[in-house]
Design a binder for this molecule. Structure first.
Ligand code: ZN
Length: 388
């Protein structure tokens, strides 16, 4: 019930210096000067944090929790994610989504999977919809799904400027965003429309047009995979200047020079003096990934993984691309705030006890998810239902 992490350097994401963190049940109850929290007559599990630093758990806002893929036929449908995959990489919160396949994958299954992960110890939300417009829903409309179903915080990933999209008209696009906006208002949620961007030359055209021709604010939508090519990335920088948010997709090191790695993207955004608070990073985990040899020959398929998410965070911090505070915002707090994820993204009293403890080399030593120890001394302690 009570856990006390002692004398740990806290990044909330703001630097708070050495503190004791008291966890009561699933929540952070106190963050105080070392030695000042006294509990008597009750059992307290004490974790020595003196050589460690504490950050909020990672928030990954684009995860194919049910498995994505399927674009090469039924045998290429990617497998479902397991909590071990997330928690071993420090991801304590995910937003689940469907992708290209809305024929053999369904929103009811996505919702059930999100509930299962939550029971197993992760925190989860979902997007309603899939690549195509009009997009699938649970209750019959995007607006009512967002307003009525607790786990639904927006719609996504809806494909634009991609050969796999449903080639939506501007009006179809706008209608979806309007449904998200009003659904969000009625449900007290962010009501974000999350757009997959392909390599097509139209890029962010619909988003720019939306700002020019309607009353909808830039923050109602977010484009993802914005670092997939340099032209799209440039448009992403323009989108930030207009007050919008962008989502970068991390993955294996780019093989194609046209692709912009997360580290390069973040250093460019910082160098341009643009607000890093309008940037999130996601893993696209359990979407399918082609694997090529050095000559560019297709070797086979694998799944995108949150290992690349943790790897990207470590690289960004260790290579000093961003300060630790900035990196925590990009990998956790920004998404929590943008999607209005209650209790997430900060290491402060009243927030959920989703806490990562790193050592000096930025190796993950401890992961707490809603107060439970999931990784202890760099060893995974949790197993999903079918791993026993
Ligand atoms: Zn996508």
């Amino acid at each position: 019930m009570f856990k006390l992490i002692t004398d740990v350097r806290v990044f909330a994401p703001e630097t708070l210096g050495p503190k004791d963190i008291l966890i009561v049940g699933e929540k952070i109850a106190a963050v105080e000067k070392p030695g000042t929290i006294k509990i008597e007559g009750l059992g307290v599990e004490v974790i020595d944090g003196s050589s460690l630093l504490a950050t909020p758990g990672f928030v990954d806002p684009h995860v194919h929790i049910l498995g994505g893929g399927g674009e090469g036929g039924p045998a290429t449908r990617a497998p479902e994610i397991r909590i071990e995959d997330c928690l071993s990489c420090g991801v304590t919160t995910v937003i689940g989504c469907l992708g290209t396949d809305s024929v053999t994958r369904h929103l009811s299954s996505l919702l059930a999977k999100a509930r299962a992960l939550e029971i197993e110890g992760l925190s989860t939300w979902i997007f309603v919809g899939a690549y195509n417009l009009p997009t699938p829903t649970i209750t019959g409309s995007v607006r009512s799904d967002i307003a009525l179903i607790d786990k639904v915080i927006g719609a996504g990933e809806i494909a634009l400027s991609d050969h796999r999209s449903s080639q939506p008209t501007f009006e179809e696009f706008l209608h979806l965003v309007a449904e998200c906006r009003v659904g969000g208002m009625l449900g007290g949620k962010a009501g974000v429309a999350h757009f997959h961007l392909g390599d097509g030359h139209r890029g962010l055209d619909y988003l720019f047009r939306m700002l020019e021709e309607t009353e909808i604010p830039a923050t109602q939508v977010i484009p993802t995979h914005i670092n997939r090519n340099r032209v799209l990335f440039e448009q992403g920088l323009k989108w930030i200047k207009l007050g919008g948010y962008i989502d970068l997709t991390c993955g294996p090191e780019p093989v194609d020079e046209d692709e912009v790695s997360v580290t390069e993207a973040l250093s460019q955004i910082k160098a341009a003096g643009l607000p890093l608070t309008q940037v999130t990073v996601s893993s696209d985990a359990n979407g399918s990934l082609p694997v090529f040899d050095k000559k560019g020959q297709l070797l086979g398929l694998t799944v995108a993984s949150q290992k690349d998410f943790l790897q990207a965070f470590r690289k960004v911090v260790l290579d000093k691309i961003l300060t630790l505070e900035e990196a925590i915002k990009v990998f956790s707090s920004n998404a929590a705030r943008f999607y209005k994820l209650q209790g997430k993204g900060k290491l402060l009293p009243g927030f959920d006890a989703d806490i990562l403890l790193f050592d000096e080399s930025f190796t993950l030593q401890y992961v707490f998810s809603r107060g439970k120890v999931m990784v202890e001394k760099a060893e995974l302690k949790v197993k999903s239902t079918f791993s026993y």
